[in-house]
Design a protein around this ligand. Structure first.
Ligand code: GLN
Ligand code: ZN
Length: 757
């Protein structure tokens, strides 16, 4: 018999119930009791939806983040929060920070947040220092186990493994994290003993770091930890996901554990090797259903390769999604606006659990028992493979015939810079912004009325034009040098373009947790990408008609569009990215033709796409940077290309960034007081740079002195003639009352700096 299980279910709820309950609780609109109740009913509902599995997951639910839950479980919440006596409030304090108020005269800073491997989920980074001591706090987990046991006979707690927990955390002083391993493992031993006392047989212990490059000390830590944990009275299923084990494969197969889970989607090519190497007393769980994407599994071809494996492994074979379903939306059936064709190609979390059940039933009871389901699946898979909506021959022909030369500017930067200098005649330290201006409630309301058909297209367009006019006038009054139209027509920098490109579909409820109560709804890139008509030209042209100063056209780059979408899995990402690049390239050229001579192409998410293993970075950077260059570099020398990135950790990819050859790059630096620019000491970045001088994540208005000081610091690393003044990022989340004085301070600082030269 094949055993089935899941590595976790989305917590947020079909209708984002958790998000709304959390936010109400934080606004003191509901009691803690109400919030706990909501958590309980969500768990119950999610178990109900997974009730066909052999082992029901427990411990995957979280009120904010499972890594923070682990810190709480291990008694490792930062000491700065210790005055809060209510456990849940203390937990939220670490998650979100607390500003100084009457109750507490000191502000308490939130735990640092960072991306969970290469996903768009963010976890709260565990903190360690010389005083770190772990103590077991199992009550919360035990309560959930008891609740699960009332629903299902066999429950399998999910915990984050000790070695990954240390690896994911950060040492706040010189403490070597691995020095904490022994004391940490001792607490895990207690935990596993406690779980055994609750009648637990199997425990899923996540060690996702085994798909990354690990040095000997981490290999040793894994061996040591599992040598100890193996002595406890539970069976451990060690789970890896998001990639291949590669050089860690032998080590992982030989760890003293009862079972191993591997990602059979991203690590497909390794399955046979794992089967060969895994000792014959261990269970092998194969993650056969993609937990990171929204496409239906090809069940028939999956069964083709699973069947011989099943024969070989017999009862040792377990099946599951590749990773936690945290990374996909909950339910496809709610979607009414995706047309039936496309909808038939998709599977969200609930549908993925159904797929798992069909596979297991086919193997356990024979194919005939699920004949209809297999037939339906095959129809859907075939329809996607053959659909002319997916395959556009013109687009394919264009991508194969691309001449690589189109990715290179006509002249090198030095020559272009002179031509542009003459053309634009900008002062030293030119001032500009990153694109968006405040998205006021009025703008959002008008967009909503337009979408609902309450406002006519004509009225909506007039409204947008009036907004653009206001934004241009405001920038003129402030005295900025390079203006923008303000992006009032965009709700989101990716969705806006997706909606105008062929090959994209949109869900209504396809929310995925990004962090805490925050969710994103990635658009679905299902087919070959083409641009039926110009997307931004009218707005840009109108904005330019209102001013003698240059207005910067504003586009989202191909890599960012790709990285923030659910992307088709039937061709390499590099190919899809090139299609996007060609579509945006056409937009760039149309803008140029329309008289827009400065064009910004945002690549906010370029860094996010870096693979988990450093050895694979270069091949990603090769196609990502090439795509950007295809997009940007078809313009004349006089046209100035800007790009923007929402970070400045460039040290490791600075050469690739330079290779993009944008005339100007704007980056985020203000909060770090320009120390992040240290990379420019060693690497001589050749083109212009605008290091952000206004932290748009904070309501604070920077002073003229602060901005002047920041730019002076920057000019120690970058020649003054190549510096621009701009905010860290777009202004859409800020209010006009902050934006106006902040930009005015920036302009005043630029004048002081010019005078000083
Ligand atoms: N042009 C976009 C804006 O200003 C850039 C946003 C981003 O980088 N995240 O909003
Ligand atoms: Zn940004």
């Amino acid at each position: 018999m094949v055993t089935t299980h899941s590595l976790g279910f989305p917590r947020i709820g079909k209708n984002r119930e958790l998000k709304f309950a959390l936010e109400k609780y934080w606004r003191s609109e509901i009691s803690q009791q109400d919030l706990l109740q909501q958590g309980q009913s969500l768990r119950q509902a999610h178990w109900q939806l997974q009730n066909k599995v052999t082992w029901l997951p427990v411990g995957d639910f979280s009120f904010y983040d499972h890594v923070l839950d682990t810190s709480a479980l291990l008694g490792n919440l930062p000491a700065r929060s210790q005055n809060e006596t209510n456990d849940l409030d203390r937990y939220f304090q670490v998650a979100r920070g607390q500003s100084a108020n009457q109750d507490s005269c000191h502000a308490i800073s939130a735990g640092e947040m960072t991306k969970w491997f290469d996903t768009n989920y963010h976890y709260i980074v565990p903190e360690f220092d010389a005083n770190t001591a772990f103590t077991l706090n199992p009550d919360n987990l035990i309560a959930q186990i008891k609740q699960a046991q009332q629903q299902h006979q066999q429950v399998k707690p999910i915990i984050l493994g000790p070695v990954s927990y240390l690896w994911l955390g950060k040492s706040k002083d010189d403490t070597n994290k691995l020095d904490l391993l022994d004391s940490l493992v001792a607490v895990y031993e207690q935990l596993l003993i406690t779980l055994a006392q609750e009648g637990i047989e199997w425990v899923q212990i996540d060690e996702p770091i085994v798909v990354t490059e690990l040095d000997d000390s981490w290999h040793h830590a894994l061996k040591q930890a599992y040598f100890c944990l193996n002595k406890t009275p539970v069976k451990l299923l060690l789970t890896s996901y998001f990639g291949e084990l590669k050089e860690n494969l032998h080590l992982v197969c030989e760890l003293p554990i009862a079972g191993l889970h591997i990602d059979a989607v991203n690590g497909f090519s390794e399955i046979n090797k794992v089967v060969d190497w895994l000792p014959s007393h261990k269970v092998l769980s194969l993650g056969v259903i993609d937990g990171r994407n929204i496409w239906k599994t090809d069940l028939n071809s999956c069964l083709d390769w699973l069947e011989p494996l099943h024969e070989r492994l017999q009862d040792r074979l377990w099946l599951a999604p590749s990773c936690s379903l945290l990374h996909v939306p909950v339910d496809l059936t709610n979607e009414t606006e995706i047309d039936d064709d496309i909808k038939s190609w998709l599977a969200f979390a609930i549908q993925k659990m159904d797929e798992l059940d069909i596979l297991a039933t086919a193997l356990n009871q024979g194919y005939l028992s699920v004949q209809q389901q297999l037939q339906d699946n095959s129809t859907a898979i075939l329809s996607r493979q053959q659909s002319t909506r997916v395959h556009n021959l013109t687009v394919k022909a264009r991508t194969v015939s691309v001449d690589k030369a189109i990715a290179t500017r006509q002249s090198p930067y030095n020559k272009r810079a002179l031509i542009q200098k003459e053309h634009f005649n900008l002062p030293l330290f030119p001032t500009t912004t990153i694109g968006s201006f405040p998205q006021t409630t009025e703008i959002r309301q008008k967009r909503k009325s337009f979408r609902q058909g309450v406002l006519t297209e004509q009225d909506y367009h007039q409204f947008i034009k009036d907004e653009i006019k206001d934004v241009i006038e405001a920038q003129e009054a402030i005295g900025l040098d390079v203006l923008v139209h303000g992006e009032p027509e965009r709700n989101d920098m990716v969705e806006y373009f997706g909606q105008q490109l062929e090959g994209y579909a949109f869900s209504q409820f396809g929310w995925v947790q990004s962090y805490g109560s925050r969710c994103v709804k990635p658009p679905i890139l299902f087919g070959d990408i083409s641009r039926p008509k110009a997307m931004t030209v009218e707005w840009a042209k109108y904005a330019q008609s209102l001013s003698d100063k240059p207005v910067k056209g504003m586009l989202t780059g191909p890599v960012t569009i790709l990285n923030w979408s659910f992307v088709r899995n039937d061709q390499p990402h590099s190919e899809t990215c090139l299609q996007l690049a060609l579509a945006i390239r056409d937009e760039v050229l149309d803008l140029e033709k329309a008289g827009i001579n400065i064009i910004q192409i945002d690549e906010a998410a370029l860094r996010e796409g870096l693979p988990l293993r450093r050895s694979q970075w270069q091949s990603y950077l090769d196609w990502a940077i090439y795509s950007f260059k295809v997009t940007a570099n078809g313009v004349r020398d006089e046209t100035q290309i800007h790009t923007h990135m929402c970070y400045s950790e460039f040290n490791d990819i600075i050469e690739a960034i330079a290779e993009m050859d944008a005339d100007v790059i704007t980056i985020e630096t203000s909060r770090s007081d320009m120390v992040l620019l240290d990379v420019f000491n060693e690497f001589d970045y050749p083109n212009d740079i605008g290091p952000g001088v206004y932290d748009i994540h904070s309501p604070n208005i920077p002073t003229v002195e602060k901005i002047t000081m920041l730019i002076k610091k920057a000019s120690q690393r970058i020649p003054a003639e190549r510096l621009w003044l701009n905010p860290d990022c777009g202004l859409k989340t800020r209010g006009w009352a902050e934006v106006k004085p902040a930009l005015a301070a920036m302009v005043a600082a630029s004048r002081i700096l010019r005078a000083s030269i």
